[in-house]
Write a new protein. Structure first.
Length: 298
């Protein structure tokens, strides 16, 4: 039991480092690609990595589970890959990662309202505190970057709702499916749609490939696809199964800290108020994942 408790924290920290770095990789990839090309390439390259690593695993997916695999693929990978890229065309990478911290709040709300998954009182309080910390970061970010179009935050917020749906689907309907099988199954479903989108973006043109920034951007997308999507997706599916939906989604509380550091190194703004927000977030993570004796449905 102690080993399992330790393992979930290791998974959480590793995922935080990987996904926290993903936002700066998206920003760099957008230099030579548009948001739709980036989202499509990210999906396709990730799919190739996953197929090579675990194509045999899909035989373990039962026929009746494929509808949940498909839903998980679209809301947990396909649509967010495009939405996050679109958001970062207008908003700093660190701010996007902060907005992503809405996932745990949506996980608790959707888990209780739709999937009937109970949450502890401490989890609810911890999520609220984490959300307060996130709000501090968002408000301060808006002050530091008044020229950014915060309407594009809607793409991130919509993605957080989809991520929350995905977490609850995995926990409720795919608990007995191996994490790698879930990931491979997801990309079996979304691979062709991504290929169609890439063709529609006029990616395969001589003019596009003559752009020196394109090759460099494809390199960033490849790194993003392997670490930030393929590997991270398997790790995340494992984390959901060995912990709780709220614990797993708490990775989005730590990710902004990593993303803010990368943003600072890349010339993005950072203030002491944002530092305070990160401390509030960490306290929320601790409280949300502290064991409670009494469980209630919210």
């Amino acid at each position: 039991m102690q080993k399992k408790a330790t393992s979930k924290w290791v998974y959480l920290l590793v995922l935080s480092l990987i996904w926290g770095t993903s936002f700066i990789l998206i920003k760099k990839a957008l230099i030579g690609l548009n948001a739709y090309q980036l989202g499509a390439l990210r999906t396709l390259i990730t799919g190739l990595f996953l197929f090579a690593a675990g194509y045999k695993k899909i035989r373990f997916i039962k026929k009746e589970q494929w509808k949940w695999i498909a839903l998980s693929g679209f809301v947990g990978s396909f649509i967010p890959a495009f939405f996050f890229a679109i958001a970062e065309t207008e908003i700093d990478s660190a701010v996007v990662s902060v907005l992503n911290s809405l996932v745990p709040l949506n996980t608790v709300l959707l888990g209780a309202a739709v999937f009937k998954i109970a949450s502890t009182t401490r989890q609810v309080i911890g999520v609220v505190i984490g959300f307060i910390g996130t709000s501090i970061l968002i408000l301060e970010g808006a002050d530091l970057n008044p020229n950014q179009n915060y309407w594009y935050a809607g793409f991130v917020i919509a993605s957080t709702v989809m991520y929350a749906i995905n977490v609850n689907v995995i926990k409720r309907y795919l608990q007995d499916v191996k994490p790698l099988a879930i990931a491979v199954g997801n990309y079996v479903v979304i691979f062709i749609p991504a290929l169609i989108v890439l063709f529609l973006t006029e990616f395969f043109t001589t003019e596009n490939f003559n752009n020196p920034d394109v090759a460099k951007s494809i390199g960033y997308v490849t790194i993003l696809a392997f670490f930030g999507t393929a590997l991270a997706k398997v790790l995340f599916n494992t984390l959901v199964q060995i912990s709780t939906p709220v614990f797993a989604s708490s990775v989005t509380y730590i990710m902004p800290i990593v993303a803010l550091i990368w943003g600072l190194l890349d010339g993005e703004s950072f203030s002491w108020t944002q530092g305070l927000g990160t401390l509030v977030i960490l306290f929320g993570v601790y409280l949300a994942n502290r064991k409670a004796k009494k469980i209630r449905s919210v």
